[in-house]
Design a protein around this ligand. Structure first.
Ligand code: B4P
Length: 190
């Protein structure tokens, strides 16, 4: 069983690469960003609360995303493996994920981080903002808030996986296919 955490700042290409990895390795793709956006689209109470934070470039509370992942793991008991995209984003979420995996007799195989410079992230997200309709992609200040939220709260999660000897980093600049080739080689080596 392969269970991968795909890591990186907003706009690093986690969503883009997850779609390809999921197909190649037959994994269940769990994106907390997508799950939160479905809650917003459905107009649930959780979605309304999450929207305020996401539109401001802030992280939503740990309990909310941990609960969503817990449900999805239970809904996919027969999966051959999982790719976690955008989760965990805090050390508390990483600890919770380890507990959930253990409860289900599973373990994280490795964390793969996509390395991309802040200027490239801003360029990509502003470009996506022209068509995505996502409020958090609409202006440079907000995008930089997301990147700084990542540096303050999410980057320490890499240390958590380094301590377990499960951290690998991959260059996230280049064509989508080139990056996918490098990611596939890394996954084979896990
Ligand atoms: P997410 O939905 O997770 O997404 P993201 O950070 O915007 O981007 P991703 O890295 O997936 O980039 P993508 O492939 O799309 O988060 C949104 C918000 O949800 C967060 O800010 C937070 O508020 C909330 N949230 C989510 N999870 C949470 C959690 N666990 N805890 C708390 N809050 C949480 O790529 C971006 C763009 O780059 C695309 O347009 C793509 O086409 C382009 N691109 C991709 N690869 C490229 C390449 N190689 N070259 C050029 N462009 C490329």
């Amino acid at each position: 069983m392969i269970n991968i955490v795909l890591f990186g700042p907003p706009g690093a290409g986690k969503g883009t690469q997850s779609m390809k990895i999921k197909e190649k390795y037959n994994l269940v793709h769990l994106s907390t960003g997508d799950l939160l956006r479905s809650e917003i689209a459905a107009g649930t109470e959780l979605g309304l609360e999450a929207k305020k934070l996401m539109d401001a470039g802030k992280l939503v509370p740990d309990e909310v995303v941990i609960g969503m992942i817990d449900h999805k793991l239970k809904d996919n008991k027969d999966a051959e493996g999982f790719i976690f995209d955008g989760f965990p984003r805090t050390v508390k979420q990483a600890e919770a994920l380890d507990s959930l995996m253990e409860e289900n007799d599973m373990a994280i195989s490795g964390m793969i981080a996509l390395e991309v410079s802040e200027e490239e992230l801003v360029t990509r997200l502003l470009e996506r903002g022209k068509t995505s309709g996502r409020p958090d992609d609409q202006n440079e200040g907000l995008i930089r808030t997301r990147v700084h939220e990542y540096e303050n709260k999410t980057a320490p999660v890499a240390g958590y996986y380094k301590e377990q000897g499960k951290f690998v980093s991959v260059k996230g600049i280049g064509s989508v296919e080139e990056i996918f080739t490098n990611l596939s080689e890394t996954i084979q080596s896990l």
